[in-house]
Write a protein that binds this ligand. Structure first.
Ligand code: ZN
Ligand code: ZN
Length: 247
């Protein structure tokens, strides 16, 4: 009797360890880099297939381009896609480099196209001359679309308000969202650029981000990572929006 029950327990433990190890192997990983005078976060997302995507490459000079390239080659990653959450200049400084180096298609929302078209003169407005122009998008996505690479699926969330057609990328299986400039650790994206609007931004946060589980890690376009639960509890803009005092 006692021998039998031991056997059963051991078998159950073995199964548990095996399935746990499988889950660990299937986790999608996110590497972050902070680039440019705008301290913009660039992300490389990859899984155990070694396929990866590059999200919002903000590499500004050769040293930053080298850093991104070294990470990809040191980890034997194979870039498949280039994604932009939105096309403000700090998020697309490296689009040209990534596109040329890895020959990957650019995916974003159609409503962000005008930021790419006006990239050189808007960068000049910030005192930045001779930018490396971004290619035009190869594919447009919208709310509810799925982007796939390796074993990873990302759901597209339409999150306007910081820019007119901002999108975020949600990975349900690995509990994270690449949130661009919508929701930051203790803050939110600015709304004073063309296409920005506070009510639209807060509605995006309420309907697209605060509906995600508390344990979802938020990888944002600026500042350190956070979680939906932490921002739900303590983000001052969110709390003010909820009690009606923000706008
Ligand atoms: Zn932005
Ligand atoms: Zn930004």
């Amino acid at each position: 009797m006692s021998n039998n029950s031991h056997t059963r327990i051991d078998a159950a433990k073995t199964t548990f360890v095996f399935s746990f190890a499988q889950n660990v192997l299937q986790m999608t990983k996110v590497a972050s880099f902070t680039f440019s005078p705008f301290s913009e976060n660039t992300y490389v997302v990859y899984d155990d297939t070694k396929e990866c995507i590059i999200v919002d490459p903000g590499c500004f000079d050769q040293a930053e381009r080298d850093q991104l390239q070294a990470f990809i080659s040191d980890n034997d990653l194979e870039p498949k896609l280039l994604l932009n959450t939105h096309c403000h200049l700090d998020h697309i400084f490296g689009n040209g480099f990534v596109s040329r180096t890895y020959n990957v298609p650019l995916i974003t929302h159609e409503g962000e196209l005008e930021w790419i078209e006006h990239f050189p003169e808007r960068a000049a407005f910030f005192g930045i001359q001779n930018v490396d122009q971004s290619p035009l998008p190869d594919r447009y996505v919208d709310q509810g679309d799925t982007i796939e690479f390796g074993n990873t699926k990302l759901e597209v969330l339409f999150t306007p308000g910081h820019s007119a057609a901002h999108i975020a990328f949600y990975c349900k299986e690995s509990n994270f969202v690449l949130a661009g400039d919508v929701l930051f650790n203790g803050s939110i994206g600015r709304v004073d650029l063309p296409g920005g609007d506070m009510k639209t931004l807060m509605t995006s946060i309420e309907t697209r981000l605060m509906t995600l589980p508390d344990e979802t890690t938020v990888y944002a376009g600026h500042m350190s990572r956070t979680t939906i639960g932490q921002e739900r509890k303590s983000n001052p803009y969110w709390l003010a929006w909820k009690d009606g005092s923000l706008i």
